[in-house]
Ligand binder design. Structure first.
Ligand code: SF4
Length: 310
């Protein structure tokens, strides 16, 4: 059995893929590639395709030691049996998730207050109602963004799922094994890898945002120390003399709102370590279940392959 090689001259005409689908497939660039693990025997159709390739891109490589190649694939499978090892840096609550967007507009009154202190009090009241009351909502926004973007691959089964991605790698190795042993000697589903963790309570709560959601708001809240009145000094007031000679005052609260935003953002940053640590606990609970199932799955595959590795 020999290796089959396709060089860079391939122009993606697709002829070999159509005529020898057991040997060739198209890659993401539209060019042909040899199906993983496939070797060349004495095959007349293959020989014809090689001679008919318009740019002579296909050739035979060296003889392959089947036993040695099979052992290499087995070693890869054994390494996969360790499963996923999730570390803090894998689920880092990076700067991108620490950005707190601006709070609702508090605005400024028109000139309707008879003293600077009454304008300032009115401004603080508006600040409390429209901005300060939204702190939890703002914290929940950043936590939710983190869960959906960083944690979701650990509680999903789509293409971005960490389980789907590892399953795919294992499937590729099993395909190589299958090609070395011979597909007809193995069960038809030999290369299928459909291992996922139990969709348990934690998984479902993550999907609903019941954990790494509202339950984490308190973690950030512990780092936020300010009362609404602490922002009073940032409520600006201004005066105007009306035509009757009486002073009237207005307030402006933009600066207070911006200070609040920065303080909430700082609290999020201070809380990131606790957020990561708690998240890792949830993630590892799910991943450990996957790793247990994966080990059982791979043990079965390796026992099948062992019959062919003499
Ligand atoms: S026949 Fe030759 S040029 Fe055409 S896809 Fe195959 S390798 Fe590429």
């Amino acid at each position: 059995m020999k290796q089959i090689i396709i060089n860079e001259k391939c122009n993606g005409c697709g002829m070999c893929v159509v005529k020898c689908p057991n040997y060739f497939e198209s890659n993401d660039d539209g060019n042909a590639q040899v199906i993983k693990g496939v070797l060349a025997g004495n095959d007349a159709v293959l020989n014809t395709v090689i001679s008919e390739c318009p740019v002579k891109a296909i050739s035979f490589g060296g003889e392959v030691n089947i036993k040695q190649s099979l052992q290499e694939e087995v070693n890869k499978l054994k390494a996969f049996a360790n499963g996923l090892n999730v570390k803090r840096e894998d689920i880092a609550f990076t700067d991108a998730y620490c950005t707190v967007t601006t709070f609702p507009y508090v605005g400024s009154s028109s000139y309707e207050y008879s003293s600077s202190s009454s304008a300032e009090r009115a401004g603080l009241s508006k600040f409390r109602d429209r901005a300060y009351s939204q702190i939890d909502s703002k914290i929940l926004d950043v936590i939710t963004s983190y869960r959906v973007n960083i944690i979701k691959p650990y509680y999903s089964t789509d293409e971005k799922s960490v389980y789907t991605q590892l399953n795919k790698k294992i499937s590729d190795v099993l395909t190589a094994v299958s090609n070395l042993i011979g597909k007809n000697k193995l069960p038809s589903d030999f290369c299928n890898v459909d291992v996922y963790p139990e969709r348990d309570t934690v998984w479902k709560m993550l999907e609903k945002g019941e954990i790494i959601g509202e339950n984490f708001v308190s973690i950030v809240r512990r780092e936020f120390k300010y009362s609404a009145s602490d922002y009073q000094t940032y409520i600006d007031w201004d005066d105007m003399e009306d035509y009757r000679g009486k002073d009237k005052y207005c307030y402006r609260a933009q600066e207070a709102v911006e200070e609040l935003r920065k303080d909430v953002q700082s609290a999020v940053r201070w809380a990131r370590s606790d957020i990561e640590e708690n998240s890792l606990g949830y993630v590892n609970g799910i991943v450990n279940d996957y790793n247990r199932k994966l080990k059982t799955f791979l043990d079965k595959k390796l026992s099948i392959i062992a019959k062919f590795v003499v």
